[in-house]
Design a protein around this ligand. Structure first.
Ligand code: FMN
Length: 145
């Protein structure tokens, strides 16, 4: 059953950039082998992630995510059965949220700073779609897979 899960979490205080990059590379390989696609938005405080795939694969990954010490305060914002993926091309797209235009945040999430834990599921999804479009629009090649 194809499904979509969106959650927000708080970045662990001691998470280093090189650790995040290693985690992302591992996640992309792992997702590709499990039929999971999605997008991870990040700033120094928060994560917002959407994962799409079979309900079984998403449940297993979410269970692992809840135990992962690299973040805390994990909140599920949305879980839904879907007919088609919003992010079919990325084993895990990555968007540094503090590099996105303020106007994009303002359009989808009127908040003074990136605070995904305060969003409802629909706003979170709309914001992630906007991030995905911004990533796809970049002229410089980004190593996304
Ligand atoms: C913010 C965040 C996002 C993550 N995203 C993914 C992901 O998309 N796919 C994945 O396999 N692991 C992801 N992880 C890592 C998982 O929590 C977990 O460590 C990993 O799936 C376990 O892999 P292993 O069984 O190969 O050790 C993420 C971790 C964090 C902190």
């Amino acid at each position: 059953m194809l499904s979509r899960l969106i959650y927000a979490s708080a970045v662990a205080d001691d998470l280093r950039a090189d650790e995040l990059n290693r985690m992302l590379a591992h996640a992309r390989l792992r997702n590709a082998s499990r039929g999971i696609t999605g997008m991870l938005a990040f700033d120094s405080r928060s994560f917002l992630q959407v994962i799409e795939g079979s309900r079984r694969a998403l449940s297993d990954l979410y269970a692992a995510l809840l135990r992962d010490p690299r973040h805390r305060d994990v909140q599920m914002l949305k879980f839904a059965r879907i007919d088609a993926r919003l992010f079919p091309d990325w084993s895990m797209g990555f968007m540094p949220a503090d590099l996105t235009p303020r106007t994009m945040l303002a359009r989808h999430a009127p908040m003074p700073h990136f605070d995904p834990g305060a969003l409802d599921g629909e706003s979170a999804e709309a914001l992630l779609v906007a991030f995905g479009a911004a990533l796809a629009d970049r002229t410089a090649p980004v190593p996304l897979h």
